[in-house]
Design a protein around this ligand. Structure first.
Ligand code: PA5
Length: 466
C-alpha cells in the first residue's frame, strides 16, 4: 500500500464552481504536463536533476550506513549544524520516524544517539545546548552543500573551539563529520587539509532537494532510521510518477491543481495540515521546498512574474483551536492539503468515567487515535461545506517507506510546478541580497562596496519609531 491522494474536495462538484476546479480545467493541462514531463526527463537524463536518482544510489547508501555505524558505536549525542535544506529534512525525518521523546529515553531504549539540530544561529539557544552536552560523547555533523553558509560556518567555529578546549586539538576531527560538495567550497578544503571525515552532497542535487542523499540520510541512519526503506519508498514514488498522465500521477495532479487554484481561483495560499504530530515537520520541509522553488520574480524568459503560492503549515487538531476559524470563514484565498494516517503505530485508550456528564461520556471507551482521525474528517467536512478546496494525502501508516514516498512526491510536484509557472525551481536568487548584506555587515572580505551601499542607505533612512 502506498500514499494515496484523495482530491475529491478540490473539484467543483464538492466545493462549488466558484471555488473548485472542473475536471475539464484539470484535463486542459494534460498536454502541457506531457511537455513539462519530457523537459524534466531530458534534464534528468543530462545529469542536471540529480534528486530523481538518489533512491537508486546504493553505493552512497552503503557509505552512509558505515559512517553512521561509527557514530552509533562511539557517541551518545549527535548534533547537526546546518540550516535550510541542510536541516529541515533531518528534523522532519526524525519527527516522523523517531520516538516523540527520543532524547529523553534511556540509552538502552533509544534507537541511537540523542539528536539536536540547532539550525538557527541564536546565541542563547547555542549556548544553552553547548552547556548541556558533554563534548567528549558528542559528534557534530556540519552540513552545508555550498560550504560557505554563514550560520553553519559560525556554528562550526564555535564547536571547533569548544572541542579543542575540551577533547584537545588533536582529537577535534574525531568528533566531526562534514557533509558538503565533493570538490568545491571552503569546508571541503578544510576537511581535506585536516583529515576530517566527510560525506559528499552530489553536485546536481540542490539544498532543498537533498533529504535523500547524505544530508538527510546520514543523520537518519545515526539515529536508527531504516534508510533503505526510506529510499525504497522514494524509489517507488519516483516510478509511480514516471508517467506523464496527469490523472495517474499524484505529483503532477497536486501541482497542477495548486497552480490552477492560484491562477484561476485566486487562492495564493497553500496550507499543509498534518493530522499527526509525527508528520508536523514534513509540513515545514514542504514549506521551504515550495517557497524557495516557486516564489520567483522572473520567469525563464526574464519577464517579471512575482509568482508562487505562500505555503503555510498548520497542525491538526492544535490549529483547529487557532487557525480553522479563519480557514472556514476568512478570505477564499487558500487550498488545503491535509495529511492523515490510516493506522496509528501506538494507541492511547480513553478510559470511561463520569457517565453522567455528556461532555465526557461519549469519549470513554474510545481512543485518542479515533478522536484525532474523527477531527481530521470533521475539519475536512467543515472546509468542504464552506467551499474551501482541500485534498487529503493518506499514509497507510507512518513509516520510513511512506515518508520516502512523501519526499519524492513533493520534489517531483515542485519540479513540475516550475514548469507550470515557467520559472527555475532550482535556484533562489531572492535569498542572495540578504546574504550579501549580512556578509557586508559582518565584514567579509570582498564586500566592502556592499557595506558602503548599506551605510549610505541606512544614513538616508529617517527612523520612524513609536
Ligand atoms: O535550497 C537551498 O539551496 C537552500 O535553502 C539551502 O539549503 C540553504 O541555504 C543552506 O545551504 P547550504 O547547504 O549550502 O549551507
Amino acid at each position: 500500500m502506498s500514499l494515496t491522494l484523495d482530491f475529491t474536495n478540490l473539484l467543483s462538484s464538492a466545493v462549488g464552481a466558484d471555488h473548485g476546479l472542473s475536471e475539464a480545467a484539470i484535463d486542459n493541462q494534460a498536454g502541457r504536463t506531457r511537455r513539462i514531463h519530457a523537459e524534466l526527463q531530458a534534464r534528468r537524463d543530462s545529469g542536471e536533476l540529480g534528486f530523481y536518482d538518489l533512491p537508486g544510489d546504493t553505493r552512497a547508501a552503503a557509505e552512509i550506513r558505515a559512517a553512521a555505524q561509527r557514530v552509533r558505536d562511539h557517541f551518545e549525542n549527535f548534533v547537526v549544524l546546518g540550516i535550510g535544506g541542510s536541516a529541515l529534512g533531518v528534523i522532519a525525518t526524525q519527527t516522523a520516524l523517531g520516538h516523540a521523546f527520543h532524547n529523553l529515553l534511556p540509552a538502552d531504549r533509544r534507537s541511537g544517539p540523542r539528536l539536536f539540530v540547532p539550525d538557527n544561529p541564536d546565541p542563547e539557544l547555542t549556548a544553552d545546548l553547548l552547556e548541556v552536552l558533554d563534548p567528549k560523547t558528542t559528534c557534530f555533523n556540519v552540513i552545508t552543500k555550498s560550504g560557505s553558509t554563514s550560520e553553519t560556518m559560525a556554528h562550526y567555529l564555535a564547536v571547533r573551539d569548544l572541542l579543542a578546549r575540551t577533547v584537545g586539538p588533536s582529537k577535534v576531527k574525531d568528533h566531526l563529520v562534514i557533509t558538503t560538495d565533493p570538490a568545491k567550497g571552503a569546508l571541503r578544503k578544510i576537511a581535506a587539509a585536516e583529515g576530517i571525515p566527510s560525506l559528499p552532497v552530489p553536485p546536481n542535487v540542490g539544498g532543498r532537494f537533498s533529504v535523500l542523499c547524505a544530508v538527510g540520510l546520514f543523520p537518519a541512519a545515526v539515529v536508527g532510521v531504516d534508510i533503505d526503506a526510506l529510499l525504497a519508498g522514494a524509489g517507488a514514488m519516483e516510478r509511480r510518477c514516471a508517467s506523464d498522465d496527469l490523472w495517474s500521477n499524484p505529483a503532477y495532479l497536486h501541482s497542477t491543481a495548486h497552480f490552477l487554484f492560484d491562477r484561476e481561483r485566486r487562492k495564493n495560499i497553500a496550507v499543509m495540515m498534518p493530522y499527526a504530530s509525527a508528520l508536523r515537520d514534513l509540513a515545514d520541509w514542504y514549506r521551504q521546498l515550495l517557497a524557495e522553488s516557486l516564489g520567483k520574480r522572473l520567469d525563464v524568459e526574464g519577464r517579471e512574474v512575482h509568482c508562487g503560492q505562500t505555503p503555510v503549515k498548520a497542525l491538526g487538531a492544535t490549529d483547529q483551536h487557532s487557525q480553522v476559524q479563519l480557514y472556514v470563514e476568512g478570505p477564499h484565498d487558500k487550498v488545503f492539503t491535509l495529511l492523515a494516517t490510516e493506522r496509528w503505530r501506538r494507541e492511547t485508550p480513553i478510559p470511561p468515567a463520569h457517565p453522567e456528564e455528556d461532555a465526557l461520556s461519549f469519549l470513554g471507551g474510545r481512543t485518542l487515535g479515533e478522536l484525532l482521525s474523527a477531527e481530521q474528517r470533521a475539519t475536512e467536512y467543515a472546509l468542504t461545506k464552506a467551499g474551501r478546496p482541500n485534498c487529503r494525502l493518506i499514509f497507510p501508516q507512518i513509516d520510513a517507506e511512506h515518508v520516502g514516498e512523501f519526499y519524492m512526491l513533493f520534489e517531483i510536484a515542485t519540479a513540475h510546478g516550475g514548469g507550470l509557472y515557467r520559472v527555475n525551481a532550482f535556484d533562489q536568487p531572492g535569498v542572495e541580497e540578504g546574504k550579501d548584506a549580512t556578509y557586508a555587515l559582518m565584514g567579509k572580505r570582498g564586500f566592502e562596496a556592499k557595506r558602503a551601499e548599506l551605510e549610505a542607505a541606512f544614513a538616508k533612512t529617517k527612523p520612524r519609531r513609536v
